[in-house]
Design a protein around this ligand. Structure first.
Ligand SMILES: *Cc1c(COP(=O)(O)O)cnc(C)c1O
Length: 387
C-alpha cells in the first residue's frame, strides 16, 4: 500500500526508531516477526474469534437519523463505544497480547496516562492469564483513581512513578527501563500509533479492522470519514482502508483545548514542529530550544504533545486534513449527541462530532464519524460543565 511503512521504518520523513543501544535486541526481535505472526492463519483465526465473541465486533455502523436531519446530510456513527471496555483500545491490546504469546513472552508491561490504555491492557492480560505491570505517574494515579481501581481489580500491578513531572513521559521512561532489563520474558504494549518502529505499523494493522468493517457495512464509499486524534490510533483505524480511495475526504480532529492561540492546547499539527518524541520522528509541541510543551485538553485521551508518524506524513502529503476544536465545542457536540441520539460519547470522540459544525454539506454526502468510545468515564466532567 502506497502509505505503508518502508523497510527502514519510515513514512516519508517520519518514524524510525531513535532508541538507546540497549533496546535494539527487543525492537529487532519484534520487527523481524510481527508481520509474519499477524498474517499467520492460526493467529488471525484466534484474534477474529475473540474480536467477535469477546470484544463484540463487528461494531455497528449506525445511521444517525436525527443528527442527519439536524445537519442536512447522511451521518453514520461507527460504534467503537460499544466495544468491550468502552473504546477501540481493546482492538490493539488484545492483538498484542496474542502476539506476545506467539513470542513466548509471559509478562506484559505498559505505561498509561489517563488509564484507558492500562485498563485495556489489564483486560487482555486477565483474559489470557499473563502477568501485567502498568507504569503510571504518581500524579496521574491521583487524578485517575477509578481506572487505577479497575486495573487492580483485573489483576494488574500498577507501579507508581515518582520521578520528573510524575506523569506519562516519566512512566514511559520506567517502562523502557523495565523492558531493557527483562527482554527474555517481557513484551511492551504501546497504546497508540506512536513510539519506535515497528509499533506505529503494528498498532495500525490491529486498528485497521475499523475501516475494513466500515467498507463492508456501507453501500459504496463514504464522502467523508472523521475521527479524533490523540496519538492517532482510532483515526488511522478508521482511515486505513480508505487511504487509497482518494475521493474520500479524511479528517483528523485534534484537541484545541482553550484554543490554538492560547498556551492551553493539544493541537500538535497546528502548533508543533518536527522533532523526536517517544523514539520516533514526527511533529511535537516544543519550545524553540526543544523542550516539550505541556499539552492541555479537557479530554485526557487527547492530552498528548505528539502524534503518530504516519499522521505527520499524511498531513505533509495532504492526504488527510487535520483540524481542531476547542474544549467547549467538544462539550457542546457531546450534548447534541446525547439529546438527538441518546448516546453519551467519550469526550475524545466528541471532538470528531464537533467538526460537523465546521463543515458545509451536500444533502447526498455520506459522513462517517468514528465514535471511538463511550462517555461513562467522563461523567464528572460533563456534570461539572453543566453546573
Ligand atoms: C485513548 C483514546 C483516544 C485517543 O487515542 P488515539 O490513539 O488517538 O485513538 C480517543 N478516544 C478514546 C475513547 C480513547 O480512549
Amino acid at each position: 500500500m502506497k502509505y505503508d511503512v518502508d523497510e527502514q521504518g519510515f513514512y516519508g520523513d517520519f518514524g524510525g526508531a531513535f532508541i538507546p543501544e540497549m533496546l535494539h535486541p527487543n525492537i529487532q526481535e519484534l520487527k523481524s516477526s510481527y508481520r509474519k505472526i499477524l498474517n499467520d492463519d492460526a493467529f488471525k483465526k484466534e484474534l477474529s474469534s475473540l474480536l467477535k465473541d469477546y470484544v463484540g465486533r463487528p461494531t455497528p455502523l449506525y445511521f444517525a437519523k436525527r443528527l442527519s436531519e439536524h445537519y442536512g446530510a447522511n451521518i453514520y456513527l461507527k460504534r467503537e463505544d460499544l466495544c468491550h471496555t468502552g473504546a477501540h483500545k481493546i482492538n490493539n491490546t488484545l492483538g498484542q497480547v496474542l502476539l506476545a504469546q506467539r513470542l513466548n513472552k509471559s509478562r506484559i508491561i505498559a505505561e498509561t496516562g489517563a488509564g484507558q490504555h492500562g485498563v485495556a491492557t489489564a483486560t487482555a492480560c486477565a483474559l489470557k492469564g499473563l502477568e501485567c505491570i502498568v507504569y503510571m505517574g504518581a500524579k496521574d494515579i491521583e487524578r485517575q483513581a477509578p481506572n487505577v481501581s479497575r486495573m487492580k481489580m483485573l489483576g494488574a500491578e500498577v507501579r507508581p512513578v515518582h520521578s520528573g513531572s510524575k506523569t506519562l513521559k516519566d512512566a514511559t521512561n520506567e517502562a523502557i527501563r523495565d523492558w531493557i532489563n527483562n527482554q527474555d520474558d517481557t513484551h511492551y504494549i504501546i497504546g497508540s500509533v506512536v513510539g519506535p518502529d515497528p509499533y506505529p505499523d503494528l498498532v495500525t494493522q490491529l486498528q485497521a479492522i475499523i475501516s475494513e468493517e466500515i467498507k463492508n457495512q456501507m453501500d459504496g464509499l463514504p464522502t467523508h470519514v472523521v475521527a479524533c486524534v490523540g496519538g492517532g490510533s482510532n483515526a488511522i483505524g478508521a482511515f486505513y482502508h480508505f487511504l487509497e480511495d482518494e475521493t474520500v475526504d479524511l479528517i483528523g480532529v485534534e484537541a484545541g483545548g482553550l484554543g490554538v492561540k492560547t498556551d492551553k492546547s493539544a493541537a500538535t499539527l497546528a502548533l508543533g514542529s518536527r522533532g523526536v518524541l517517544h523514539a520516533s520522528m514526527s511533529y511535537l509541541m516544543q519550545t524553540s530550544d526543544g523542550q516539550v510543551i505541556e499539552p492541555h485538553s479537557i479530554s485526557a485521551g487527547l492530552d498528548y504533545p505528539g502524534i503518530g508518524p504516519l499522521h505527520a506524513h499524511l498531513h505533509d502529503c495532504k492526504r488527510v486534513l487535520y483540524s481542531n476544536v476547542t474544549d467547549q465545542e467538544a462539550l457542546d457536540a457531546a450534548n447534541r449527541l446525547m439529546q438527538l441520539e441518546g448516546i453519551i460519547p467519550a469526550l475524545e470522540s466528541s471532538h470528531a462530532l464537533a467538526y460537523l459544525e465546521k463543515m458545509t454539506f451536500n444533502s447526498t454526502d455520506k459522513i462517517v464519524i468514528n465514535l471511538s468510545g463511550r462517555g461513562d468515564k467522563d461523567m464528572s466532567t460533563y456534570i461539572n460543565a453543566a453546573t
